[in-house]
Write a protein of this length. Structure first.
Lengths: 581, 125
């Protein structure tokens, strides 16, 4: 249908509205060509009537429909009327929002022929509306931000209060009190898990009547805390009805404060369940994302703080234990010192009591020997020889007794009572090398030294035993034979002069890891244990003798290549000349 | 010097709580022609010294009643010096001898010949 065919009655009717402020136009249907354009339309859109007539409205005005043009047309056809907001473009390019009321006209045959459209400029109104909505949104956003800030500051207050809390109980009190107020809960409780007892124990109960809250709850009870501790899941129950539906047992619990919603969560730190926390509310509560976030943050803080407090208590207890054990150790040490004094006295008297009879026998035997000699008795005489045997046996028994007493001192970790007098270490080593050479054909013993003599104030008997032990070991642990070298030398160390005597063999050697251990009592190297007989006392005795002299013993070794044991002895001790031996 | 000729000489005082030792030493010294007195504890030793001032004391360190140190202290406190030969049965013999003011020491069991040599060396003349 063309613009010419427009029902003129409609146009005439429209002219009546020429004076209105509203834009009134008539467009053909369905082609939408503009057939009428009033003054209001000229003013609103900026297009003069001549420019507008015959144009397709939606092209001219670039109409933006709320949904679609088809939908608007469909409503017009079916209902004859449409009302809504459209956005149009003006001739100057600006946009205008109009409240549009449109009515469908039909021709005599009842066919849709034209649409009358009355558009009212609501741009200002719309802008004001948008502004209001924007303001509201802004205010809501600000409120949200303030609430978030408030929540944050409450959490920070909790954190600050927590930093003062030291024991689990203090931590729990802080969390329950601050947490309840932060979330607006009427009561709260924290329970700690006692896995051995298979139960939860309350360490903080705030706001619950005494007869309501249980101090101890079994993990088997069908109650909120055991449930969440078991499931490791936080549980939100928005109403009292939901609480009772979930936990029928709670139906019987009196609710003097009108308990409603309930939030319950396990307290987990480093993957370990420490216990649980619950907050009760005076009425129903939806537990929106904000609530859940805040509760979750509280739970997290609580678990961390509880764990920290637990570790702190552990440290305090450990410290107390340490103090107790220090006291205990001091007591034991003092007992030990007393017993050592007793043992020293015992060793001295044992030595005296055992040596006196030996000395008397020896003196008597020697008296008889002297008399036989004086009477001209031959030393091949059987009496003479018997007395000699007594004499040498007593001497050997006394030496063995000395060693036994030294061993007792070693066992008691007591230093030796040294018999010091000037000893030439070179001569001592030479004698030992010669003595032990007699006992072996497999080995060759050799003395190496750059000094002719090296005299120190030492215990000759003990040094002879120490060096003898080392040489005897060297023989024993080089079963294939070979050379055994004794080295005597002088060493300057820490500004002092030291004598060093070393025994080197080319035998089995000692594993790296055992080079310290072998100096311990009854410790033997694993590569000889069960292979070569020994008591594990020889090297301990050597160390005892070296240390009693203020010296030391050490070993350098290579497994399969041999070992070198060295004794270092101080040379500085002055020899007292007031007494001669 | 024979035993009969020296009966008036100051004796060697042997102080030891072991009777077998006292007997052996008495006979050994007498065999050498020396006069001998013996004591079995510190108090007896001091009584013997008061009776007859000895030429030399062979003194065991460990004694009943008064020990070797106490005896040595009394001997040195007098204005007549007497040489002391210390005998010990246990350790630190040199230190002990030094404390007693002994001119020499022997550890038990000792060589009889060594004891006789030391005593004879210390006697005047």
């Amino acid at each position: 249908m063309s613009a010419d065919a427009v029902d003129l009655t409609v146009a005439r009717q429209a002219e009546l509205l020429e004076l209105t402020q509203d834009a009134i136009l008539v467009r053909t249907f369905p082609s939408s060509a503009i057939a009428y354009w009033n003054r209001g339309a000229e003013q609103l859109y900026g297009w003069p009537r001549d420019a507008a007539l015959g144009r397709v409205t939606h092209d001219l005005l670039e109409t933006q429909f709320p949904q679609s043009r088809d939908l608007v047309d469909a409503i017009l056809v079916s209902k004859g009327y449409w009302e809504g907001e459209l956005v149009h473009r003006r001739s100057n390019g600006g946009r205008v929002v109009v409240a549009s009321r449109q009515a469908l006209r039909r021709d005599d045959l009842g066919r849709p022929s034209a649409i009358l459209e009355i558009n009212t400029d609501v741009t200002e109104r719309r802008r004001a509306e948008d502004e209001r909505v924007r303001r509201e949104a802004e205010q809501r956003a600000r409120q949200l931000a303030e609430r978030a800030l408030d929540r944050l500051s409450r959490l920070q207050a909790v954190t600050a209060a927590l930093s003062e809390a030291v024991t689990p109980r203090q931590v729990a009190d802080v969390i329950v009190e601050r947490g309840s107020s932060a979330l607006g809960a009427s009561a709260g409780a924290i329970y700690l898990l006692d896995e051995e007892a298979h139960e939860l124990t309350a360490i903080a109960l705030v706001g619950y009547a005494d007869d309501v809250a249980l101090r101890r709850v079994s993990l088997d009870d069908e109650l909120p805390l055991p449930t969440v501790v078991g499931s490791r899941q936080t549980e939100y129950l928005p109403t009292a009805e939901a609480v009772v539906a979930r936990y029928p047992r709670l139906a019987d619990v009196p609710r003097p404060r009108g308990h409603g919603a309930l939030a319950t969560a396990p307290l987990i730190a480093h993957g370990r369940v420490l216990g649980g926390m619950m907050l009760s509310f005076g009425g129903p509560r939806e537990f929106g994302p904000e609530d859940r976030e805040l509760f979750g943050a509280l739970i997290g803080q609580c678990a961390q703080a509880l764990e920290r407090a637990r570790l702190y208590e552990l440290a305090v207890r450990t410290q107390a234990d340490l103090r107790r054990s220090r006291d205990e150790r001091d007591r034991v040490l003092s007992d030990l010192r007393a017993s050592l004094r007793t043992r020293d006295a015992f060793l001295a008297s044992a030595s005296h009591d055992l040596k006196n009879p030996l000395a008397s026998i020896k003196a008597t035997a020697q008296l008889m020997l002297r008399r036989l000699e004086r009477a001209g008795t031959s030393n091949s005489d059987t009496q003479y020889q018997a007395l000699e045997r007594i004499n040498s046996t007593v001497t050997r028994a006394a030496r063995e007794l000395d060693e036994l007493l030294d061993l007792a001192r070693l066992q008691l970790d007591r230093p030796l009572d040294l018999e010091r007098h000037p000893v030439d270490l070179v001569q001592l080593a030479r004698t030992i090398a010669a003595d032990y050479q007699q006992a072996t054909e497999l080995h060759r013993l050799r003395l190496e030294t750059l000094v002719d003599e090296l005299v120190g104030d030492w215990d000759e008997r003990r040094l002879t035993r120490a060096l003898g032990n080392l040489v005897s070991n060297a023989l024993k642990y080089s079963p294939e034979g070979g050379e055994i070298v004794l080295r005597v030398g002088l060493e300057l160390r820490d500004g002092s002069r030291w004598a060093v005597v070393a025994v080197q063999d080319h035998g089995l050697g000692i594993p790296q890891a055992e080079r310290e251990r072998i100096f311990e009592r009854f410790q033997r190297a694993t590569n000889v244990e069960g292979r070569i007989a020994g008591t594990g006392i020889g090297l301990a005795s050597v160390r005892h003798i070296a240390q009693s002299h203020g010296g030391e013993v050490w070993v350098e070794s290579e497994e399969g290549a041999g070992s070198t044991f060295s004794i270092r002895l101080p040379l500085t001790r002055r020899w007292r000349s007031a007494v001669t031996a | 010097v024979s035993a009969s000729e020296t009966s008036g000489d100051p004796p060697i005082l042997i102080v030891d709580d072991d009777p077998v030792m006292r007997q052996a030493l008495r006979e050994a010294f007498e065999d050498e022609g020396m006069a001998v007195e013996t004591a079995s504890d510190g108090r007896e030793a001091l009584r013997k010294v008061a009776d007859r001032w000895p030429a030399l004391v062979v003194l065991d360190v460990t004694l009943p009643v008064l020990d070797g140190y106490q005896v040595a202290d009394r001997l040195r406190a007098s204005d007549r010096p007497v040489p002391i030969l210390a005998i010990t049965g246990d350790g630190q013999a040199r230190e002990k001898a030094h404390r007693m003011g002994a001119f020499a020491y022997l550890r038990k069991p000792f060589e009889l010949s060594e004891l006789l040599r030391l005593v004879q060396g210390a006697l005047p003349g």
